[in-house]
Ligand binder design. Structure first.
Ligand SMILES: NC(=O)c1ccc[n+]([C@@H]2O[C@H](COP(=O)([O-])OP(=O)(O)OC[C@H]3O[C@@H](n4cnc5c(N)ncnc54)[C@H](OP(=O)(O)O)[C@@H]3O)[C@@H](O)[C@H]2O)c1
Length: 293
């Protein structure tokens, strides 16, 4: 253990993967010297030269600070890393990606061990951490008091969005956004596959594709308003019946270009089901009803 660790540390960071390391660097850049721990020791030593204080064990790292930030691979690795460690009086801020139910379980688990718990979902990639103009932020949920107390420290690596006392709220927001991103990536993959064997260069399609996706995001707010009003036909410009008819052209083009329809087909099937159920005058909002079980 470094001699410095005998002083109280402003915070401890458990987990020095790509994200944990970026978080530590952001705190180091403003002069805070976190105590750090990683299962594989080499990563902690690399940060020590910049002022971080490596701890030999997770228990030592937790003991060094009242504020303990966790950023490990998944929920199971958090349980494994903190197993048997005294958390009495600690403020545990866990930025590990997990499900809402896992977050609620982890909050109860932490509170049973005498800690306050705040769950976090990071909406950024490591190069955006510590770079405010990059627009990265973290969703937080759980103890409001804990969030307010540590907000200044937590705001250093990225922006903060508090989502509520339910510990599952941050994960729910995080995963909703990541799920939408996954669908978008699927669409982008399909578009690039369509041109793969053509003369259209990916770099010439890219700005057009990005611009189009950007323009289409207007629909997010419109769909939200329709969901809240319960009227999915209000102000619809492109209705589901028309869009469903258009799907056939998309599928024939995929066939012509030698591209599998497997990414598009499930969503198209839902659109067609909604039309068959008599909702052809709506936009795509009604698909939400078919997804919720
Ligand atoms: N990277 C991103 O773009 C990004 C963006 C948003 C959110 N996140 C989230 O941030 C978290 C960390 O991501 P990352 O990019 O830092 O991942 P990473 O580079 O793969 O690092 C994973 C970290 O978890 C540790 N770990 C894994 N299993 C463990 C166990 N059983 N016990 C103790 N430590 C264990 C690893 O330790 P070792 O070094 O010993 O393997 C390492 O420190 C994840 O939940 C991820 O979803 C990441």
């Amino acid at each position: 253990m470094n001699d410095d660790t005998f002083e109280r540390s402003p915070l401890t960071v458990l987990g020095l993967g790509a994200m944990g390391t970026a978080l530590v660097r952001a705190w180091l850049a403003v002069g805070l010297k976190p105590t750090v721990w990683n299962r594989t020791p080499g990563k902690a030593e690399a940060l020590a030269s910049q002022g971080a204080r490596p701890a030999a064990t997770a228990a030592e790292a937790v003991a060094a600070s009242d504020l303990v930030v966790v950023c490990l691979l998944d929920d199971a690795s958090v349980v494994q890393a903190l197993d048997g460690i005294d958390l009495t009086g600690k403020d545990l801020v866990d930025l590990t990606t997990r499900t809402p139910a896992e977050a609620r379980t982890r909050a109860r688990w932490a509170e049973e061990r005498g800690a306050r718990f705040l769950d976090g979902g990071i909406m950024a990639v490591p190069p955006m951490i510590g770079v405010p103009e990059a627009g990265g932020y973290v969703f937080y949920s759980g103890s409001r008091a804990l969030f307010d107390e540590h907000r200044a420290t937590l705001s250093i690596p990225a922006g903060t969005e508090y989502t509520g006392e339910d510990p599952g709220a941050a994960s729910l927001h995080d995963v909703a956004l990541l799920s939408a991103m996954t669908g978008m990536f699927a669409g982008i993959a399909h578009a690039f596959a369509l041109i793969r064997k053509s003369d259209v260069a990916p770099t010439s399609l890219a700005p057009l594709l990005a611009g189009w996706l950007n323009a289409m995001t207007q629909s997010v707010q419109e769909q939200a308003e329709r969901l809240e009003s319960g009227d999915y036909t209000r102000g619809v410009v492109s209705n589901l019946a028309m869009m469903s008819e258009g799907n056939a052209t998309l599928l024939r083009t995929a066939q012509e270009q030698g591209v599998t329809p497997e990414l598009l087909a499930p969503f198209m099937a839902l659109m067609e089901r909604r039309v068959a159920d008599g909702h052809g005058e709506e936009d795509v909002t009604g698909v939400v009803e078919l997804l919720v079980r």
